[in-house]
Design a binder for this molecule. Structure first.
Ligand SMILES: NC(=O)c1ccc[n+]([C@@H]2O[C@H](COP(=O)([O-])OP(=O)(O)OC[C@H]3O[C@@H](n4cnc5c(N)ncnc54)[C@H](OP(=O)(O)O)[C@@H]3O)[C@@H](O)[C@H]2O)c1
Length: 243
C-alpha cells in the first residue's frame, strides 16, 4: 500500500510514518521543512520505503506541483495543522485567524485538490480535525472553528467523492501528547500518546470507519456535551473559564 502523510515531521504524523513503515508500507512523508524531513529519514533509515515530499500546505501552487508528481496513492492522511489561542479579546485579529485557516482549512483544500487525480481505485482520504469542534471552548475561537470547517468539508466529500470510489474518513482526536499540546497551560484530561493516536487512526482506517474518535470515552463525553442545549454548553464553558 502507498500511504501519503502530511505533517509528517512531528507528533501524530511522524508516528504514523514510523508505524506504516514498520508495517511494510510505502510511505510518502510530507513536510514544509526539508531539514526536518531529512532528520526523519535518518531516524527511520532502513525501515522500508520512505519518500520525502517537501511542500508547505498553505502554498497552493507548491502543493499541486509536489502532489501531481505522485500516482496510485492508496491512503492519504492529512495531519498538518497549527494551533493558536485567543488569550484576550484584543487577540481577535484577522491575521491570526488567517494563519490558522491557511494551514488547517485551506491547507487541506489544497492537498485534496492536488491528490484527487493521483488516487488509486478504492483509495482512502483521511482528514484530521479535532474534538475541540464539539464545544465552545474558551480561547479556541480560531483553532476550533477551522476544525469545524474542515470537518464539514470532510463530511460533504464523503458524499461527493463516493462515486469516484474514494472513501473519506474524519478523525477527531482528543488530547494527544505532541509538540502542539506541550505548550498548553491547562488540564488536558484523558491525554493519549502519539503511539496510541496512531494505533487508533490506523485501526479505524483498516476497519473502514467513516468517523474515528479517540480516546473513545472522551469522544463519548464530548459528543454528549455537544448534544446539550446551547445555553447549558455556554454555562459550562463559562464555569470552565473561571477554573
Ligand atoms: N495533539 C493534539 O492533542 C491534537 C488534538 C486534536 C487534533 N489534532 C490535530 O492533529 C494534527 C497533528 O497535530 P500534532 O499534535 O501532531 O501537531 P504537531 O506535533 O505540531 O505537528 C504538526 C505538523 O504539521 C506541520 N505543519 C504545520 N503547518 C504546516 C504547513 N503550513 N505546511 C506543511 N506542514 C505544516 C508541522 O510541520 P513543522 O514540523 O514544520 O512545524 C508538523 O509536522 C493537527 O491537524 C492537529 O490540529 C491534534
Amino acid at each position: 500500500m502507498k500511504v501519503l502523510i502530511t505533517g509528517a515531521t512531528s507528533g501524530i504524523g511522524r508516528q504514523l510514518v514510523a508505524d506504516y513503515l514498520a508495517a511494510g508500507e510505502t510511505v510518502y512523508a510530507c513536510g514544509r521543512s526539508e531539514a526536518k524531513l531529512q532528520s526523519l529519514q535518518e531516524e527511520l533509515q532502513g525501515q522500508g520505503q520512505l519518500h520525502l515530499v517537501p511542500f508547505d500546505v498553505t502554498d497552493h501552487t507548491g502543493t499541486l506541483i509536489a502532489l501531481r508528481q505522485l500516482s496510485e496513492i492508496d491512503c492519504v492522511i492529512l495531519s498538518a495543522g497549527v494551533c493558536e489561542y485567543i488569550d484576550e479579546p484584543s487577540d481577535i485579529q484577522g491575521p491570526l485567524f488567517q494563519r490558522v485557516f491557511a494551514a488547517n482549512y485551506f491547507g487541506v483544500v489544497n492537498c485534496v485538490e492536488g491528490i484527487i487525480p493521483q488516487l488509486s481505485e478504492g483509495a482512502r482520504l483521511v482528514i484530521i480535525d479535532s474534538m475541540a469542534r464539539l464545544f465552545p471552548f474558551t480561547r479556541a475561537e480560531a483553532y476550533a472553528s477551522s476544525k469545524a470547517a474542515v470537518h464539514y468539508l470532510a463530511n460533504t466529500l464523503k458524499v461527493d467523492l463516493a462515486p469516484a470510489g474514494v472513501q473519506v474518513i474524519s478523525v477527531s482526536p482528543g488530547f494527544v501528547s505532541t509538540p502542539m499540546t506541550s505548550k498548553n497551560d491547562f488540564a488536558m484530561p484523558m491525554q493519549v500518546t502519539a503511539a496510541e493516536a496512531s494505533n487508533a487512526i490506523r485501526s479505524g482506517i483498516e476497519k473502514g470507519k467513516h468517523q474515528i474518535y479517540f480516546p473513545r470515552l472522551f469522544g463519548f463525553i464530548m459528543r454528549m456535551l455537544n448534544a446539550l442545549p446551547l445555553g447549558l454548553q455556554l454555562y459550562l464553558s463559562k464555569r470552565m473559564k473561571k477554573g
